[in-house]
Design a protein around this ligand. Sequence first.
Ligand code: 1GP
Length: 240
Amino acid sequence: MDIYSNIRTSIAENKRLLAVLIDPDKIELDNVEAVVAKINQSIATHIFVGGSEVGEGVTETIVKAVKQHTELPVVLFPGDVTQITNEVDGILFLSLISGRNPDYLIGKHIEAVSKLTKAQLEVLPTGYILIENGKQTAVERVSKTEPLSRNNVQQIVDTAKAGELLGMKIIYLEAGSGATHPIEPEIISAVKEELSIPLIVGGGIRTKAQLEAAYKAGADLVVIGTAFENNQHFFEQLKL
Ligand code: 1GP
């Protein structure tokens, strides 16, 4: 089954999805096997690979190593066109709809086409919405866009719904890697109520309670990166 159908089926069966995010910039090639072994033993259902600022070729090397050691779907969460590689199973084809930088709304996508048409990977059109969390994030810096205010819930809901109406297949609510606070449950539930497509939530989730709160509010798939980078026992804590 393809990645998207699998996500939809899991949602219909009330299964909770968890993606571990591997930033190719923050992992040593020699450590990949051990990290992936931990992910395999955890409740994770997906592995995302990507980062805001990764050198050319690094992503492909890490993805190849990851794929050697897991059966989980490996999905590219690209910070840039240069990270696209045929080695992944799928790609979140992100349009940064919280921002107003044409490069990240459509420009980079056009640049990506020649790579994507040659590659066999599944393309997942995703409305990517950055929400401010009190400090500047790498996405803001790299994309030169403003995040949406966390206090204007209606604007966040309308942005997500506009993404769905434009034909995007997934909405991703992002607080930013290492965010001080994850996306508030009130925002997640307000967005979820209006959407009929899968909802991904990520950024700043560091505890089991925060993870549970995101699912309870309506996140279909949660992404966790920093908490795993900082504490690999986090995998075991989630099982309790
Ligand atoms: C970042 O949403 C992801 O793009 C994950 O964030 O690293 O804070 O878990 P963390």
